[in-house]
Design a protein around this ligand. Structure first.
Ligand SMILES: Cc1ncc(COP(=O)(O)O)c(C=O)c1O
Length: 410
């Protein structure tokens, strides 16, 4: 049995946490438990014994009875708990330094679960004024209808967040850092203090950074959100989401809600994500190297008006990013000097960068946020510039990527 010890490094945890060889066969990776239900040895006699990372229990679907570090008494039904999903959850909890993790069918399912577990009708939430378009849509088109009011704030400006917290008395402050697609940086430690002083919870969408580059819980955040579709999965072959939290009560509420609505990750999806997680560290190092080189080239290109990359010293969030991130990632956005038509045209003209939504995979992607990922924010305070191009810089040969972009820029 692979023994994880206190102090094991990130790369070791990514490969071993939650992934001890299968006790039955010795299989060195967790099998895909592609099952809906589990045989009980007499009524209520459940088999199994994974330490609870998913908050499920033995008292029937939805009755959450486990606590931190306790072993579940067994498995009963895969909506409630599944060993493959449990392996991923244990690994993600270790990588984020959290108490418990929950894996979902998508990043949006994870977001929805967190908001509904934490907020009641009449509550207020602060969100980044440049949040991911789907997050904005969730608050604007779904949560608003259930009486949860959102207020966009520039989360890179801690004083603006403090003022908004005083004015709106939010239950939840929602942060992305870096943001999608403008790569704004929030000072997570400062915002955690502001949130807690205001009696609010701080949730950080860590999708762009991944736990390898940034660990929000260690900086004081209460919850981390992931679209595991992105860097954690890393191969553009699975959609998923995750929440990682530090509080048992919150973990239990999330597990209850996820089980009640049925938004958990499927076993095969959890397995694919876990396979991706094993190489997260080496992939992220290359994403960071390639991202930095691409950003530098763009910053010196005459057809580029502005580059957004936190690794550039001129980025307004650079100092905070240096303080709280191990590296600056592979996401780079820029404004095309030729305006919207040139940005749109270029997005369809690259050879290696594939014109597609999503990010964080090994292959490089290019997109036009205003017409693609952020179209749902059109006409809102979260509208993105129409001349903006977003790149997810992959781990191909960087010279090839740079040549591709140069040729497409003309
Ligand atoms: C920052 C961020 N958060 C959340 C999501 C939603 O994740 P999913 O597409 O897995 O539902 C995305 C998707 O692009 C994202 O970029």
């Amino acid at each position: 049995m692979a023994q994880i010890e206190h102090g094991d490094g990130f790369e070791t945890l990514a490969i071993h946490a939650g992934q001890e060889p299968d006790p039955l066969t010795g299989a060195v990776v967790p099998p895909i438990y592609q099952v809906s239900t589990f045989k009980q040895d007499g009524v209520g006699g459940l088999r199994g014994g994974r330490r609870s990372a998913s908050g499920h229990g033995a008292a029937g679907h939805g009755d959450v009875v486990t606590g931190p570090g306790r072993w579940v008494e067994g498995y009963e039904y895969s909506r409630t708990a599944n060993p493959t999903r449990g392996a991923l959850e244990e690994c993600l909890a270790a990588l984020e330094g959290g108490l418990r993790a929950l894996a979902f069918a998508s990043g949006m399912a994870a977001e929805d679960c967190l908001v509904r577990a934490v907020c009641q009708p009449g509550d207020h939430v602060l969100i980044p004024h440049d949040a991911y378009g789907g997050t904005y849509r969730l608050f604007d088109k779904v949560m608003a209808g259930w009486g949860v009011t959102y207020h966009p704030v520039p989360i890179s400006d801690a004083e603006a967040v403090r003022a908004a917290a005083a004015a709106h008395r939010p239950t939840l402050i929602w942060v992305e850092s870096p943001t999608n697609p403008l790569l704004s940086i929030a000072d997570i430690a400062a915002l955690a203090q502001i949130a807690h002083a205001a009696g609010a919870m701080l949730a950080v969408d860590n999708t762009f950074a991944s736990p390898y580059l940034q660990q929000p819980l260690a900086l004081g955040a209460d919850a981390v959100i992931h679209s595991t579709t992105k860097y954690l999965g890393g191969h553009s072959d699975v959609v998923g989401g995750a929440l990682v939290v530090t509080d048992t009560g919150l973990a239990d509420r999330l597990a209850f809600l996820r089980n009640a609505v049925g938004s958990a990750a499927a076993p095969f999806d959890a397995w694919l994500t876990l396979r991706g997680v094993k190489t997260l560290a080496v992939r992220m190092d290359r994403h960071c190297d390639n991202g930095a080189q691409v950003a530098k080239m763009l910053a010196n290109h005459p057809r580029v008006a502005q580059v957004y990359y936190p690794g550039l010293p001129e980025h307004p969030g650079h100092e905070v990013a240096v303080k709280q991130m191990r590296g600056f990632g592979g996401m780079v956005s820029f404004r095309h000097a030729g305006g919207e038509p040139a940005a749109v045209e270029m997005s369809g003209r690259t050879r290696l960068f594939i014109l597609a939504e999503s990010l964080g995979g090994v292959e490089s992607l290019i997109e036009h946020p205003a017409r693609m990922t952020h179209a749902s924010a059109a006409g809102s305070p979260l509208e993105v510039p129409s001349d903006l191009v977003r790149l997810s810089v992959g781990i191909e040969n960087c010279d090839d990527l740079i040549e591709d972009l140069r040729a497409a820029l003309g």
